[in-house]
Write a protein that binds this ligand. Structure first.
Ligand SMILES: [Fe+2]
Ligand SMILES: [Fe+2]
Length: 241
């Protein structure tokens, strides 16, 4: 049954520019595409795990809470209040099993994708060489607010955008690829489309106010990243220079 990726397409402000597709299918860039794709799957897993670490009840998190408590003794009232809000949030997220569970499942799924891309890289004798990250995620993360729960909400909305764009790009690129890659990329649509919805639902659940405005803000930042010129070709790069 074909996967309905329309919700992901509707969520994004613009499609992947055709210039990017034309660049991606050049033989020289296929290696970069696959290596960067593998790196992105790994980063997606790491991002989910860092959310678990930050908002879960790992021992390191408890010591962070103590540090905030200790620091706040010497700070002003406002800072104390901010620290105690952060503490409350940490305890609240510790109770937030849905977030922890979803992020854990997502991390496992992304690691599975990582292994699948690695297998293709190995099969094609492509050297798995170090590759710098594209500016895409950094451009989005630059706007993450620094206080809670805003920080968490922004992190989750950005997660939704990265997943939705990946889904849209796999879908648009697939018809231009060889059979093996085409099949693989189409097989990823289902999970990436689900990940985008999961991130968004979690952001809605955690936020104390409507996330509409933040979603619209990141939609614009994301569109700008995709439609502006990029010197380096990557999976999430913009229009080729
Ligand atoms: Fe993935
Ligand atoms: Fe994903």
């Amino acid at each position: 049954m074909p996967v309905d990726i329309q919700p992901a397409l509707d969520f994004l402000k613009c499609p992947t520019p055709q210039e990017w597709i034309d660049e991606a299918i050049k033989q020289d860039n296929l290696e970069i595409l696959l290596i960067d794709h593998a790196n992105n799957e790994l980063k997606a897993a790491q991002n989910a795990m860092s959310i678990i670490r930050r908002y879960g009840s790992a021992p390191q998190q408890r010591s962070t809470s103590r540090d905030i408590e200790k620091d706040s003794k010497h700070n002003t009232f406002t800072e104390k209040k901010a620290a105690s809000t952060a503490l409350n949030l940490m305890y609240r997220y510790t109770e937030h099993f849905e977030l922890l569970n979803k992020m854990s499942r997502l991390a496992r799924e992304e690691l599975r994708h990582f292994e699948q891309v690695l297998a293709i890289i190995k099969k094609r004798d492509i050297p798995y060489k170090p590759l710098s990250a594209s500016r895409y995620a950094g451009v989005l993360r630059k706007h993450v607010r620094t206080w809670e729960p805003a920080r968490m909400v922004d992190t989750l909305i950005i997660g939704a955008y990265i997943e939705a764009r990946s889904c849209e790009r796999f879908h648009k690129l697939a018809p231009y690829l060889d059979d093996e890659l085409k099949k693989f990329y189409l097989s990823l649509l289902k999970s990436e489309g689900r990940h985008f919805k999961d991130y968004l639902a979690l952001a809605e659940g955690i936020s104390e106010e409507s996330i509409e405005e933040r979603v619209a803000f990141f939609a614009e930042v994301e569109r700008e990243a995709v439609e502006s010129v990029d010197e380096e070709f990557r999976f999430h790069s913009g229009v080729p220079a």
